[in-house]
Ligand binder design. Structure first.
Ligand code: PLP
Length: 399
């Protein structure tokens, strides 16, 4: 019997498992098989699956009010904006439904800043090869990945790409008359789990300051405690002017935000931007509860301790399999193993033979972004599974 034709747009090719339930770092498929989730919906389920504290917030709000649109004040928005700004460089926040929308808002904020300064010709935003900022037309142009822009018509003007980590390649793209800003992920996710060196971020900050341009950090993947600080850029001591966040900030509920200094956001005045669903009451209830957990005393200390343990364990994997593992990458609980073999195949074996879920990233990397609440026993289980899969390649080669 042939399978019925799917009516889903075939832009994804998921494996056969259908997951129906989750709890903490565990997730069950419809056959009742249990998997250890070491990717968390790509850095989303920061507090694990169905955390009681978020369930409570969502259920309570679901019984009260779901939607009014931003034509009315939405309870929870100003509370959450107060928390985000209390703990960051930012003065103002705009809530979105996704990371891509947060990026879109950052790009618009930067261009509008120059326009408000009577320099509307300053439109150039320099991004980096290997970056990922989402799938809207502006986001794919900002990242410039050929496989994401091809076939979608002309490239948008004013988006340039330099080499990640190479300040001279950035300087070479600066035209002082049209330079508007720089967009960078402090830790590249999709591009191969690559951490930007603090000196590089400092040099980007200095370049922006020198030219009156704005620095955007895309913390959609690296933020919300993922690297052991609330925002990954805190490790470098460099602050941006504008920042996009999403994924982990909602703990699994779709939401994001862009944050800015009041000065950088000077052009974002009444009527120039908006959203129907962004910052809706359900998202704000969950977002507030998630942020309270992430910022609770001791939470990030625990993330750092477990992340160090995970990092060392991955170094152990590399040492045991020097013929297959090139390097351990990333920061905190956003980690990658750059492999000499196909990471997709390793990912499939981990899932189907060992019931461990991992991700992949560019540059031949096997990616891990487990819930931030993962424990040592679960990490040992994941490491044993990775060891077993990599050993099977050696056995195959020898056999
Ligand atoms: C760094 C980064 N920016 C932006 C996005 C886009 O976010 P979303 O898929 O929520 O639109 C992603 C998603 O993977 C991301 O990793």
């Amino acid at each position: 019997m042939t399978a019925p034709e799917s009516h889903l747009l075939p832009v994804y090719a998921p494996p056969e498992q259908v997951f129906v339930r989750g709890e903490g770092c565990w997730i069950w498929d419809e056959k009742g098989d249990r998997y250890l989730d070491c990717i968390a919906g790509i850095a989303v389920n920061a507090l694990g699956h169905a955390p009681p504290v978020l369930q409570k917030a969502l259920n309570e709000q679901a019984g009260k009010l779901w939607h009014t649109s931003n034509m009315f004040k939405i309870a929870g928005q100003s509370t959450l904006a107060d928390k985000y700004t209390r703990d960051s460089f930012a003065d103002v926040v705009f809530f979105t439904n996704s990371g891509t929308e947060a990026i879109e808002g950052c790009l618009k904020t930067v261009r509008k800043f120059h326009s408000a300064n009577s320099q509307p010709e300053r439109i150039d935003i320099i991004g980096f090869a290997g970056s990922f900022h989402g799938r809207s037309y502006a986001a794919i142009n900002a990242a410039g990945n050929p496989s994401y822009v091809e076939g979608f018509g002309p490239r948008l003007p004013g988006f340039l790409q330099a080499q990640f980590g190479d300040i001279e390649s950035v300087k070479a793209l600066v035209n002082k008359d049209t330079f508007a800003g720089i967009i960078i992920e402090p830790v590249q996710g999709e591009g191969g789990v690559r951490e930007a060196a603090p000196e590089f971020l400092k040099a980007l900050r200095a370049l922006c300051d020198e030219h009156g341009a704005l620095l955007i950090f895309d913390e959609v993947q690296s933020g919300a405690g993922r690297t052991g600080k609330m925002w990954a850029h805190e490790w470098s001591g460099v602050t941006p002017d504008v920042m996009a966040v999403a994924k982990g900030v909602g703990g699994g509920f779709p939401m994001g935000a862009f944050l800015a200094t009041r000065e950088a956001a000077k052009g974002m005045v009444k009527g120039v931007h908006g959203t129907t669903f962004g910052g809706n009451p359900l998202a704000m209830a969950v977002g507030n509860a998630a942020y309270d957990e992430l910022s609770a005393p001791g939470f990030l200390d625990r993330v750092n301790a477990i992340a160090n343990h995970f990092g060392q364990a991955l170094e152990g994997v590399k040492d045991r399999h020097p013929d297959l593992v090139v390097e351990v990458r990333g920061k905190g609980l956003l980690r990658g193993l750059k492999l000499k073999i196909d990471p997709k195949e390793v990912q499939g074996k981990l899932r189907d033979h060992h019931k461990v879920l991992a991700g992949v990233a560019g540059d031949n990397v096997l990616r891990f972004a487990p819930p931030l609440i993962i424990d040592e026993a679960q990490i040992s289980q994941a490491i044993d599974a990775i060891d077993a899969v990599l050993t099977s390649y050696v056995t195959q080669a020898n056999g």
